[in-house]
Design a protein around this ligand. Sequence first.
Ligand SMILES: [Mn+2]
Length: 252
Amino acid sequence: MNQYQEEFQVESGQRKVETIIVSDIHLGSEVARPKAVRKVLESHDFNRLILLGDIFDDLNFNRLKKDHWNLLSYIRKLSNPDRNKEVVWVEGNHDEGLSEIMSLMMGVKVYDEYVWESNGKTFLAIHGHQFDKFLTENVLISNVSSYVYDKVQKWDSETQSISRFIKRRSKSWLRLSNKVATEAIEYARGKGADAVICGHTHQSISVSNEGVAYFNTGCWTDIPSNYIVIDSDGNVEIREESPALAAQRNAS
Ligand SMILES: [Mn+2]
């Protein structure tokens, strides 16, 4: 069985997990992939959904297309108390200020950071821009560089090889990714957490340092996109969307 078949089998039946975490969907931007996000959510049976920030790209709701609203309405349905699912929104730097209004509209609780326990382990979810004050303003999220990156991603939408190359080779991106990891681990240690989960850097990685584990969800603007699942034993896994899903990129 090759990797494609394995992934496909997972997709064809719902996978049972305790928690699923997605971040950096950037609804409203040209490179958002709301249909793909919805498909991944639908392929899992979960008790808790954590939207780990930058679900929106900015405050301009006019940029939201039909598919973008569809994802929001799907999330609203998930948060219905009858569904018995906990839906948590952790604010990112792009959706700061928006989350409150969306929480009223969608019945989702909004947090700066969110702590929970699973199988005796303490988990902390925080978007990650808090560990990136200088770089946020000057490199990744600066209007010019994110505008340029956005355009490159759009133009490069067929393979995304150029965007991925830029991300892998960019020294500032690597610095950002490492800085957020290091500071998040220190912050989590101070809070007595065993594991910390961030988004923000768009780079899915996992590292650990002296008993504290760090995981980054990656993002939903690159192909293939990444997300995190945590099972009831507290095992954390960074997953990549299946090739079948990624192949539908043009449709989403
Ligand atoms: Mn961010």
